[in-house]
Design a protein around this ligand. Structure first.
Ligand code: PLP
Length: 437
């Protein structure tokens, strides 16, 4: 008997070609490579002993323990949200413990990804607009694509999203009658995935001011994704964009304990404007009516005991060494290749490298095939980090992660990658200069 036709939702169809899917498939197909692609955290630093002890503590009393093995609440139990508010106050260097910030505005989520996805569902109908830094976190681009959002890239440089470019983009949308369709500006404020760039201190209030100024026809929110906030290896942290939002009605702050503690525990923390509490809570109610309750208690306990803080310090020290290993290897292996540049991040997990413009880095490029099949090294093609329908997106960049490999693995991976780039330069270089004449 012939099977009836499979009919999928438009959202499922719009999710079909996301970058993360390709990337995971490439990772499986090229499993014998040194991966500078995987965005996983450093396995050696994961807090096995600390989590074992903390789980023991929170489950020590059987009656209390049973409660933690029960469902929690949609936004997370209030006493826990209080612990997370105290922690946010510490990060924000607030002596008042942020007691004027209602706990109702806090969400404990399944990683920050859940907040990002819920927010996209809450704000976007097909055709509504999100402005994003170019390049930006490609998984969020997939989320936006799934809800049918129209994604407008905004120029970003070594100080993050440019306010001048943001204003120009908003003005263009206004002139073409589309301002009323703008719902969100998405900014990864610290050590952006993929570029490693942080939004500079003076740009932070400027971006917020633009969201406010152009909230004329409909409210424009600013999503500050601070996933890497705690992974700073040098310098001082500027105040969050959220901290400038005195009315607390424009910025949604998304944080996570995945990078600083454990992605397997997957606890995220969101602070949202009051007007978004109900819609997000309704959507989260439909989705899971509460994220993993026990996990929230484990993270909260580690924060209260300050064992979390000690752990984060160790994590930072480990990543600093690996970041430096990657930057030194970049200098050593790529320093003499003309036209290759990279950015030195002060934190996070990625080094963003740019090759001469004619060297494509995409999955179907000569370089990607050479790197994965001959030199046995893998990276994330930079073009994934731009909206797919943006014709002028750069095609010659790579995201290199220092998260997963050891310092030796990083050095070897960079050596192999430089070999692949040199091979492309030698084999194809002559052709390219002939083409460009
Ligand atoms: C910029 C950014 N935001 C959010 C996330 C989501 O992480 P999680 O859901 O584990 O908090 C990631 C994960 O890599 C990320 O890089």
């Amino acid at each position: 008997m012939e099977r009836a036709v499979l009919r999928l939702s438009e959202q499922a169809l719009r999710s079909a070609d996301q970058a993360i899917g390709f990337l995971m498939q490439q990772a499986v197909e090229n499993a014998d490579c040194i991966s500078l692609a995987a965005g996983l955290v450093d396995e050696q630093s994961l807090p096995v002993d600390l989590v074992r002890e903390t789980v023991g503590q929170v489950l020590q009393d059987a009656t209390a323990g049973r409660k933690l093995l029960q469902y929690g609440t949609t936004q997370g139990p209030e006493p826990l949200r209080r612990v997370f508010r105290d922690y946010l106050a510490e990060l924000e260097q607030r002596t008042d413990r942020l007691t004027d910030l209602p706990l109702s505005q806090f969400f404990l989520t399944t990683g920050s990804q859940q907040l990002l996805a819920l927010l996209a569902q809450a704000l976007f109908n097909p055709g509504d607009i999100c402005l994003v830094a170019a390049p930006t976190y490609f998984v969020f681009l997939g989320v936006l694509q799934a809800v049918g959002a129209s994604i407008v890239p905004v120029q970003s440089d070594q100080q993050g999203m440019c306010p001048v470019a943001l204003r120009a983009a908003l003005q263009r949308l206004d002139q073409s009658g589309l301002l009323g369709r703008v719902r969100l500006i998405y900014v990864v404020s610290d050590f952006e995935n993929p570029s490693g760039v942080s939004v500079s201190a003076d740009r932070r209030p400027a971006l917020l001011a633009l969201a406010r100024e152009y909230s004329r026809e409909s409210r424009i929110f600013l999503l500050e994704d601070a996933a890497y906030r705690e992974l700073r290896y040098d310098g001082q942290s500027p105040p969050s964009i959220w901290s400038y939002d005195r009315e607390r009605d424009t910025v949604i702050l998304a944080q996570t304990f995945s990078k600083s503690f454990s992605p397997g525990i997957r606890v995220g923390l969101g602070v949202v404007p009051q007007v978004l509490v109900k819609p997000l809570s309704d959507l989260k109610g439909n989705e899971d009516f509460g994220s993993a309750h026990l996990n929230q208690h484990v993270v909260a306990r580690a924060i209260k005991e300050r064992t979390y803080h000690q752990h984060v310090q160790r994590v930072r020290d480990g990543y600093r060494i690996k970041r430096d290993a990657m930057l030194e290897a970049a200098e050593q292996e790529f320093g003499d290749i003309p036209g290759v540049t990279w950015y030195r991040p002060e934190g996070g997990m990625y080094v963003w490298m740019r090759l001469p413009e004619w060297i494509g880095t995409g999955f179907d490029s000569v370089l990607f095939r050479r790197a994965t099949q001959v030199d046995k090294v893998m990276y994330v093609p930079g073009e994934l980090c731009y909206p797919q329908d943006w014709p002028s997106r750069p095609r010659c960049e790579m995201r290199l992660s220092f998260g997963v490999q050891s310092a030796d693995g990083i050095r070897e991976g960079m050596r192999r990658l430089a070999n692949a780039v040199r091979w492309v330069l030698t084999e194809q270089g002559a052709g390219s200069s002939a083409r460009s004449q």
